[in-house]
Design a protein around this ligand. Structure first.
Ligand code: RB5
Length: 159
C-alpha cells in the first residue's frame, strides 16, 4: 500500500455528514488529508468545492481527491469540467478500484444520502489502495480521453 498520498477532501452540506469519518479513514491508512471544506452543514454550492479540490490537485498540492455531496452526481459533473480531473461516482467496491486501475480516475465522488457510512469507508479504502496499471490498452484509452479534452479546450467542438 502506498502511504503519504495527499488526498484533497471536499464536500457540500449534503456530503458533510460523511466528511469527518472519511478524513479519519484516510489518516488511519497513513495518508494525508488536504481539507478543502465545507466545514458545516450550512447550505453551500457543490461546484465551489469541486473546484477547490480540482485546483488543489492541479497545483500539485494533492495527489488525488475525494468529493462528497448528497448524491455524488452534481459534484462529479462539476469536477469533470476541470481539465486534468477524472472523477467518478462509485458506489460499488469494484468501480472504486477499477476506476483507478483502468481509467486513472483521480477523484472519487460519493453520495452521502445514498450509501451508508461503512460502505463509504470501504469505497475510500478501495480507491486509495488502487494504482493505475499502465497496461497498454488502458494507456491507449486514457490518451484518447486526454485527446478529447485537448480538442475541447482548443475549441474543436464549438459550433
Ligand atoms: C444538495 O442539496 C444536493 O443537491 C447536492 O448535495 C448533490 O446531491 C447534488 O448532486
Amino acid at each position: 500500500m502506498t502511504v503519504g498520498l495527499r488526498i484533497a477532501l471536499g464536500c457540500d452540506h449534503g456530503g458533510f455528514p460523511l466528511k469527518q469519518r472519511i478524513a479519519s479513514v484516510i489518516q488511519s491508512a497513513g495518508q494525508i488529508v488536504v481539507d478543502c471544506g465545507t466545514d458545516s452543514s450550512c447550505s453551500v454550492d457543490y461546484p465551489d468545492f469541486a473546484l477547490k479540490v480540482g485546483q488543489t490537485i492541479l497545483a500539485g498540492e494533492a495527489d488525488r481527491g475525494i468529493l462528497l455531496c448528497g448524491s455524488g452526481v452534481g459534484i462529479s459533473v462539476a469536477a469533470n469540467k476541470i481539465p486534468g480531473i477524472r472523477a467518478g461516482v462509485c458506489h460499488d467496491i469494484y468501480s472504486a478500484h477499477q476506476g483507478v486501475e483502468h481509467d486513472d480516475m483521480n477523484v472519487l465522488c460519493l453520495g452521502a444520502r445514498i450509501i451508508g457510512e461503512e460502505v463509504a469507508v470501504e469505497l475510500v479504502r478501495a480507491f486509495i489502495n488502487a494504482q493505475f496499471t499502465h497496461e497498454e490498452r488502458h494507456v491507449r484509452r486514457l490518451n484518447k480521453v486526454l485527446e478529447i479534452e485537448r480538442d475541447a479546450l482548443a475549441g474543436k467542438f464549438a459550433k
